[in-house]
Design a protein around this ligand. Structure first.
Ligand code: PEP
Ligand code: MN
Length: 352
């Protein structure tokens, strides 16, 4: 069976969501083929993912089935017509994956944090035009993410994408990996030519959050999804809590609400609101500049009168007043606090 999907054309057109699914880890021939068979009933799934070499946090965990699984990936590809995709972390993985007909590669979040590893991968991929997706590094660092893309680009790779899989954090959160949406948005601003696919499975870490998180990604104009699926998620050797059956994946996809990415010029109302917002932002900037100007004068005064730049009691009072006032105006307490902390930090910096 042929799914008739050309990934290189998709990179150029970005027509439709790119939906990648398959098990976190390839565990056995039966598990992979059963999962792939279920996925083959969902027309929008074009790419079958399967982890062959697994980067595990602890050393006693299942570290992937290894090379033998590549043969099963080929079998699934031939039977069901999917393109296949796996994670590579070393030049040896690259060689084996390509030799065994894997169509697309991804670089994992733990590898992307290490520029030496990424460079080795880039060197081993020189002269190849296989599509490669770069997951965000586990640390919330857009430059590190971009740097990995650039290393692969310098090796001549032309079909490069990014995968947003969330970020490690020590804070309490319902997510396994905090989405920090502003980071993929920033990557998109810096490199609009690089499509971004959302790996909701690794962001959520559990099934319950998948639908809402995927919808959020859709509303932020994602280019596609990577969603882990397994014929029997509860028996999965890795990431069992976040994997779903192909049947549930179908339900999840059918509930997507797709909204327009680009606004037609005749959508006058939105245009008017946006003009209003632009004007307000302009005012905010002018006011900020004005505030810094006064702050500079205060800085000179403090120096001339032997006063410390930081006047902690005054700052505490100011912050408390602003938060109270902000909350009364219907603003979010945490956001008001953060905004004024940034403004204050900047003021202090200028006075030093
Ligand atoms: C995976 O996709 O199974 C995986 C290991 O991902 P990440 O690199 O995002 O942890
Ligand atoms: Mn996984």
């Amino acid at each position: 069976m042929v799914r008739d999907f050309d990934i290189k054309t998709w990179f150029k057109s970005r027509a439709g969501l790119l939906i990648i699914s398959g098990p976190c880890s390839v565990e056995s021939e039966q598990q992979l083929l059963d999962t792939a068979s279920g996925l083959s009933k969902i027309p929008s799934v074009k790419v079958l993912r399967g982890g062959i070499w697994k980067p595990r946090t602890r050393p006693d965990a299942f570290e992937g089935i290894g090379e033998i699984g590549l043969g099963w990936m080929r079998e699934a590809k031939e039977r069901f017509g999917f393109l296949t995709m796996t994670e590579v972390a070393t030049p040896e993985h690259v060689e084996l994956a390509i030799e065994n007909g894997i169509d697309i590669l991804w670089v994992g979040a733990r590898t992307v944090v290490n520029p030496f590893s990424v460079q080795e991968l880039a060197n081993s991929l020189k002269g190849n035009d296989i599509p490669v997706f770069v997951k965000n590094p586990i640390a919330p660092d857009v430059k590190l993410w971009l740097g990995a893309v650039e290393r692969l680009e310098s090796a001549g790779l032309k079909y490069l994408g990014a995968i947003h899989r969330g970020f490690s954090s020590y804070d309490e959160s319902p997510y396994r990996n905090a989405p920090l949406w502003e980071i993929p948005i920033e990557l998109n601003r810096l490199r609009p030519d690089i499509p971004i696919v959302t790996d909701v499975s690794h962001i959520c870490g559990c099934r319950e959050l998948l639908q809402d998180t995927a919808q959020k990604a859709l509303d932020l104009a994602t280019n596609g999804f990577m969603i882990e699926s397994h014929c029997n998620p509860d028996a999965a050797l890795t990431d069992g809590k976040q994997q779903i059956t192909p049947e549930n994946l179908n339900i999840l996809i059918n509930q997507f609400v797709i909204r327009l990415k680009n606004v037609n010029s005749d959508e006058e109302k939105l245009k008017i609101f946006r003009e209003e917002i632009d004007k307000i932002d302009d005012e905010i900037l002018n006011l900020l500049a004005k505030r810094m100007n006064v702050s500079d004068k205060i800085g000179v005064y403090k120096k001339e009168h032997g006063l410390t730049v930081l006047q902690i009691d005054r700052w505490k009072q100011v912050l408390e007043d602003h938060i109270n006032k902000g909350v009364k105006l219907g603003l979010n307490e945490g956001s008001v606090k953060e905004i004024f902390e940034i403004i204050h930090k900047d003021s202090i910096g200028r006075q030093l």
